[in-house]
Design a protein around this ligand. Structure first.
Ligand SMILES: [Zn+2]
Length: 163
């Protein structure tokens, strides 16, 4: 199975120019479902001559070639990820836009059960959860990169010491 977007393009006969190659490489390294603006920020750090229009066109080409998946999450810009065989659902942080990927066997089973109840065989599904972090300061990635958090359990609750 091809590993990178570049390899997938080769396999599918999608022509890669130097600029498209950079976009493919950056997208392969992005696991956070970037939108086009964010992708443009990243590629322009490597090659400042790449225009946002090129990023748009390339992403669209990759999407049409079945290499990227486009997600239209509620209240935001279209975001992209590599289209892989593995299925997962998304939990979207409505404040930061951060996306958590998850698979929950119980939910998977339940969805099949619902379809069957109505006389259907489930062939696909899309589940999006939208949430707000209960304790944004502690689990924020940017915060964690700057601080060390020491966790310990007391008799009554879990506590955190921030250094
Ligand atoms: Zn995803």
């Amino acid at each position: 199975m091809p590993e990178t977007i570049e390899e997938k393009c080769l396999l599918k006969g999608v022509k890669l120019t130097d600029q498209r190659k950079i976009i493919a490489q950056v997208m392969s390294q992005s696991s956070d479902h970037p939108d086009v603006d964010e992708l443009y920020n990243r590629v322009s750090k490597i090659d400042s001559k790449i225009s946002i229009a090129t990023v748009y066109r390339t992403v669209k080409l990759f999407e049409e070639s079945g290499i990227l998946a486009k997600h239209e999450f509620k209240g935001g810009k279209a975001r992209y990820e590599e289209l892989n065989e593995g299925h997962h659902d998304h939990l979207i942080d409505v404040k930061s836009g951060e996306i958590i990927e998850f698979v929950d066997e119980e939910i998977e089973k339940l969805q099949k059960k619902v379809a069957e109840k109505y006389g259907y065989k489930l062939v696909d599904h899309k589940l999006e959860l939208y949430g707000i972090k209960k304790n944004p300061n502690i689990w924020n990635k940017k915060f964690l990169s700057k601080h060390s958090v020491v966790k310990w359990m007391s008799m009554t609750q879990t506590e955190y010491m921030i250094l």
